[in-house]
Design a protein. Structure first.
Length: 339
């Protein structure tokens, strides 16, 4: 992380990366620990310094309330996840209704409104006080939600909806139709969270879900001066979280900085000397080609590549010759940081 734009405070972001990866730990059927990085939602907001970034213990949604009349905070939230419109009921395409009595027109309009009101009443009676939908919410439905003291959020992305369903233990409802052909909404469909509240960050509002039923998700809110800075911060943080994920899943650490390539080069050179055929030349050339990586890294770092690679090769040669690592550590005085 120190080589990226986060080098002003690497310890702060390193702790954030480790805590975020540990928060999404899950164990599969084979007993193996997995750390899915997709469960970590990274949000970017202009303004303040990078040190104002923070990790949210829950899930942050880059959406806002559908109406300003809705409450900004709901405690002990019960979340309904919908994949259909909350709009005035309309007949499907291709359905034609012929009205012979003009006085019945208003009755038809009233019934259309009542159908949507009944659907919203079903969710509210089941205990829902937060309603998320992937589609729209019209003014009439918004009025019913405001009267019930619910938070409504429209046009939520499908990926966010699936993640919220996993985090809160809810179920995405595609239709209210049940096996009997009637419409119903069960309380088992609802997700749970300790609190859901809206918070303004920069130019946008975020909807934050805290204290979810399942803690296998997290969010990181990055703050920065401009879009370029935020994009670089996101890339650096994602790289570091990927490293943490690999270390935790494999329990192994491979040193960087060309250390592996230099070690292989020394080993292959020594192995080539044991061969008495023309294969010796091919193996020796391959061993030499491996040194291109540490040389390139040294040049990019504005260092003396010839001297640095020579020291690196010498240390690896002695490390492979020494049987006691403690003696090599005591003997080595070059102080090269291979990681």
């Amino acid at each position: 992380m120190s080589s990226k734009i986060l080098n002003l405070d690497p310890d702060f972001f390193a702790s954030m990366a480790v805590d975020s990866v540990l928060a999404v730990k899950s164990v599969n059927s084979l007993g193996q620990a997995k750390y899915p990085l997709k469960a970590i939602n990274i949000l970017k907001a202009h303004g303040k310094s990078s040190g104002e970034s923070r990790r949210i213990n829950g899930y942050a949604l880059n959406n806002q309330r559908a109406s300003q009349a809705m409450p900004t905070t709901v405690n002990k939230a019960k979340i309904a996840l919908l994949d259909y419109d909350l709009r005035k009921f309309k007949m499907s395409l291709g359905v034609q209704v012929i009205v012979t009595d003009p006085t019945k027109l208003q009755a038809i309009r009233d019934r259309e409104e009542d159908i949507m009101k009944e659907r919203i009443d079903m969710m509210i009676k089941a205990g829902a006080n937060v309603v998320l939908t992937t589609k729209g919410i019209d003014d009439m439905c918004m009025k019913y939600l405001v009267e019930a003291g619910c938070i409504g959020c429209r046009r939520v992305k499908k990926d966010d909806m699936k993640r919220i369903a996993k985090v809160t233990g809810g179920q995405i409802v595609v239709s209210l139709a049940n096996m009997d052909g009637d419409e119903s909404f069960e309380a088992a469909y609802l997700g749970a969270a300790e609190s859901v509240y809206e918070e303004r960050c920069g130019d946008n509002e975020l909807l934050i879900f805290e204290g979810c039923a399942s803690q296998r998700a997290g969010s990181i809110l990055l703050r920065g001066a401009n879009e370029y800075t935020l994009d670089e911060m996101e890339r650096a943080l994602h790289d570091s979280m990927s490293c943490v994920k690999r270390v935790l899943e494999s329990n192994d650490v491979v040193p960087g900085g060309g250390a592996v390539e230099a070690s292989l080069s020394i080993y292959l050179e020594n192995f080539a000397h044991t061969l008495g055929s023309r294969e010796q030349m091919a193996i020796a050339e391959f061993a030499q080609a491996l040194l291109v990586i540490p040389k390139t890294l040294a040049i990019n770092a504005a260092c003396d590549a010839t001297e640095l690679v020579a020291k690196l090769r010498a240390d690896h040669h002695h490390a492979q010759q020494e049987k006691d690592p403690a003696k090599f550590k005591e003997r080595s005085s070059s102080g090269l940081n291979l990681t």
